[in-house]
Design a protein around this ligand. Structure first.
Ligand code: FES
Length: 104
């Protein structure tokens, strides 16, 4: 996909037989590629995810993942509890297009 088509806060699903990947752009403009399935209860982040700053949040139970895939959940008091990580993939822009390095 064209890099400029991915706007801030947008989440795009890349369909694959081996499992979908999602690509999203953080508020700061960084592009991230990660597994589409939340490691908690397998919600599809392309349908039930939202970008919040530099993280993507699973709206099913509010686990959140940073650009490196580190998982956490914020309590009502602001405490951040560690959660399972999500797989992330190398992504780069080549001649205006985004290329994802996903293992087979
Ligand atoms: S399925 Fe994602 S937080 Fe529960």
């Amino acid at each position: 996909m064209a890099a400029e088509e991915l706007i801030t806060g947008q989440i795009v699903t890349v369909k694959r037989d081996e499992g979908d990947v999602i690509v999203w752009r953080t508020t700061a403009g960084q592009v991230v590629a990660c597994d589409s399935r939340c490691p908690h209860q397998w919600a599809h982040l392309g349908n039930s995810g939202a970008v919040d700053g530099e993280e993507i949040v699973c709206l099913s139970h509010f686990w959140r993942f940073d650009r490196e895939g580190t998982g956490s959940k914020l309590s009502a008091s602001g405490r951040r509890d560690e959660k399972s990580p999500i797989d992330t993939f190398e992504i780069r822009e080549v001649a205006g297009r985004l290329e994802i390095a996903v293992p087979d």
